[in-house]
Ligand binder design. Sequence first.
Ligand code: TXA
Ligand code: MG
Length: 396
Amino acid sequence: METKIFRLNEYINSGSLSEEDIEKLKQAGEILKKGGLVAFPTETVYGLGGNALLKDASKDIYAAKGRPSDNPLIVHISDMDELPQLVESVPEMAVKLAVKFWPGPLTMVMKKSDIVPYETTGGLDTVAIRMPEHKVANMLIKLSEVPVAAPSANISGRPSPTSAEHCIEDLSGRIEAIVDGGASAIGVESTIVDLSGEVPVLLRPGAITVEMLKECLQREVMLDPALEKPLDKNIRPKAPGMKYRHYAPKAPMIIIQSEYSSGDSETDNMSEADKKFEFDEGLKKITECAIRNIEEKCAEGLKLGIICSDETMDIYMHEINDQSGKLHSYRDKLEIMSAGQRANEITIAHNLFAVLREMDERAVDFIVAEGFSQKKLGYAIMNRMKKAAGQHVINV
Ligand code: TXA
Ligand code: MG
């Protein structure tokens, strides 16, 4: 099948939708309503949409992604009015969170109603629901006049797509259309919280942090055990998607992490000067260990990918470009990219998946990545990175 590309020129240029853009979204909405598949931008990552109420559309989504069908889909809505029909009842906690965080990067799991087919929920009695903030996503869902089931628009196992180009790479020829609305702002998938039981449980960290959820609900939010340690193969996790190797580049990857450089130590009552000293010490430990690992792998004849940060880029460049540098003799076998600024972790979330994909493009054999802060948005960033690395972390 030939995949139509609906490029929203005015939206990409100015952030507002022109008549022409809306015309394209009408066509895309029509495809969704009739049961076809359309990839579209959201503020987190691109989604692969299909009519959530049609069994066959959901089956087609699994087929296009090459995804196991026990991994449930997120149902996207554009207005609070669309929620009640999809769930058995709307929990009080969901109302509180929706008022505060919808539209936005938050997905809530609730008991499903009968109209949501088991094909959409991977056989579960619960359904995950999100109202995206992205103007294009919101308009497309409205125009389709149906709730839109949409997993991330990548082939199963690959890093999630944060641009239309990524969707084209993975899904061209497999779906009816791709809506190009430019790069996704946030870059990591939505936070998922399970509200189907007594206690709210965080299933996947995202831009809405646990602290924000607790603050809004004025109560504890449990962390799903699957977040903290690699899962036993025999346990079925609550968010079934969490058991698959995810967000992964083709090459094996290790993460070099230091609690100091990431601001994770108990620094609250330290002076600014001491904090800076700890931060610098941490970065020194990370880069020294990374360089040792890079040298070792290069000596085995491998092509190496290095994922660093704006703050550390110069350290590697010095080792690569200086005649006496430790990495100088391997300079032709190195691909180095910064994921963003440690001082501004939003940039890291925004770039992460694109950097992982680019490492695939550059055909590296092995990736050495710096670890980042585990706090706030950093928790979501490190969750994705650790999955990409198969939990292979070296602490220094
Ligand atoms: O930001 C996002 O959430 C993006 C955009 C497109 O909205 N979507 C996304 O979908 O990341 P996906 O399918 O890649 O991830 C959905 C996750 C999976 O880990 C799945 O297991 C979990 O949500 N999930 C879906 N329904 C669930 C349910 N009823 N109970 C528990 N987990 C559920
Ligand atoms: Mg996904």
